[in-house]
Design a protein around this ligand. Structure first.
Ligand SMILES: Cc1cc2nc3c(=O)[nH]c(=O)nc-3n(C[C@H](O)[C@H](O)[C@H](O)COP(=O)(O)OP(=O)(O)OC[C@H]3O[C@@H](n4cnc5c(N)ncnc54)[C@H](O)[C@@H]3O)c2cc1C
Length: 404
């Protein structure tokens, strides 16, 4: 019976092993994780969990009983250091484990501030793992002045939590605007205004020259010469795919562990999914950092490990919670040529991204209807007329009537 080993007990790893059993794989399944906790959801780490409104147990994707009931061996607190792809063995500590098929779901690591900028000072924190957030709880409870470095979704969510707790928050974004890498100008403008209204001091086009302090961080010097007194720093400057293990095993790396459309890596019998994997997309390669991708790609890989030969066709969606605002994103807006805005400054609102090929993506702010509609339109591939979208009186549900 085929022995399947999955390295990386996060969102993708948990989805992959569950799918294998659900699909009838009868052989041994082993899920190995470096963290000492069962697979858990990361999104609340910068939202409700950080705010203290969610217990740690509620983060778990599945209880321990699920893995026991499905005869899935879970080894936690066990980083894998070596794969021998020829002998089909992995080494964990002093032990060796043989596999017939192996999946890598090793996720990503948070970029750290360099030591030269004060990144090693006490009071400087990342938000990637449960341990990271637990380690910042003491500082977070006492800090009055919080500096957030990085204006992506994680940085903005952490800023929203700190502001909601009554802390004075400054957020630095080196690029000319927050969310520049992932969103249109209109969405950046919207979130800048939202944070401004909640008292967050957003500084764009300004970098960190260095943090100051002896035993712990006390201040920050910005590239424009400004000096700030700070009690703690939250760093949200992006992630890097965790390719260390794959690299030492000689797998092809290209902005992540390179896979084909089926999730197979350059080594026979080894697959990859989730944040760590890059895959073919529209003539190039893409790597997605989202729950949707981790789950859907892992399930696709599980199917293919069992012989399905199903190409992964992502239907990307994402969300972010800041204050009482829920942002939901359908599609990928990269390469858009123009934006159509629906809705007013207050209340439900959506930003529609159009490119040469038509509708690419929609950002929906407290507007779940537009989000659901956008997902269906993107899935259907139906043409969407930007002029119709721009008409506030138009009922966009009629666009879907073409499929009826
Ligand atoms: C603070 C935060 C907020 C987020 N918010 C959202 C959101 O609102 N919406 C959304 O869609 N996405 C969000 N994401 C992104 C989403 O959580 C990730 O895309 C998703 O967790 C990726 O799943 P994964 O399984 O690929 O990686 P992970 O969940 O990171 O799991 C990878 C696991 O592999 C382990 N590992 C790595 N190397 C080894 C090794 N050699 N041996 C053993 N184990 C190893 C790691 O320790 C880790 O536990 C957020 C992420 C963070 C950090």
């Amino acid at each position: 019976m085929s022995r399947i080993v999955v390295i990386g007990a996060g969102q993708a790893g948990a989805s992959l092993v569950a799918r294998l059993r659900k699909s009838g794989h009868a052989g041994p399944i082993t899920l190995i994780g470096a963290e000492p906790v069962l697979p858990y959801q990361r999104p609340p780490l910068s939202k409700k969990y950080l705010l203290g409104q969610m217990p740690a147990e509620a983060l778990l994707l599945r209880p321990a009983a699920f893995y026991a009931a499905n005869d899935i061996t879970v080894k936690l607190g066990t980083p894998v250091h070596e794969i021998d792809p020829v002998a089909r063995r992995i080494r964990l500590g002093d032990a060796v484990l043989a596999y017939d098929q192996l999946a890598l779901t090793t996720g990503s690591t948070a970029r750290r501030l360099p030591s030269a900028l004060g990144g090693d000072l006490a009071g400087v924190h990342s938000v990637r793992s449960l341990a990271d957030v637990d380690a910042m709880a003491h500082d977070f409870a006492r800090a009055q002045r919080v500096l957030v470095v990085g204006g992506g979704y994680v940085g903005l969510e952490a800023a929203a939590v700190a502001a909601a707790r009554g802390q004075a928050v400054t957020l630095l974004e080196m690029a000319p605007r927050i969310l520049q890498r992932v969103a249109c100008v209109e969405t950046s403008d919207y979130f800048r205004a939202l944070h401004g209204a909640n008292g967050v001091d957003i500084r764009e086009g300004v970098g960190l020259a260095g943090l100051t302090g002896d035993d712990r961080v006390r201040g920050a010097e910005l590239t424009d010469g400004t000096r700030l007194a700070v009690d703690m720093v939250i760093v949200g400057i992006g992630i890097d795919p965790d390719t260390r293990l794959a690299q030492t095993a000689g797998l092809m790396i290209d902005n992540g562990i390179a896979t084909d459309a089926f999730g197979a890596t350059s080594q026979p019998g080894i697959w990859a999914a989730g944040d760590c994997a890059s895959f073919p997309h529209q003539g190039g390669r893409i790597r997605l950092e989202s729950v949707q991708n981790a789950v859907d790609q892992a399930e696709c890989v599980a199917d293919n490990m069992l012989g399905a030969a199903r190409a992964y066709a992502p239907q990307p969606w994402f969300w972010s919670d800041q204050y009482d605002l829920k942002l939901q994103i359908a599609g990928l807006g990269a390469g858009h040529r123009h934006i159509v805005v629906r809705g007013a400054d207050q209340g439900p609102r959506s930003h529609w991204y159009f490119g040469d090929q038509g509708l690419l993506a929609v950002d929906a702010m407290n507007d779940p209807r537009s989000f659901m509609l956008a997902r269906r339109l993107l899935q259907s591939g139906l043409p969407v007329d930007p002029q119709l979208v721009a008409d506030p009186a138009a009922d966009l549900r009629n666009l879907l009537a073409q499929t009826a």
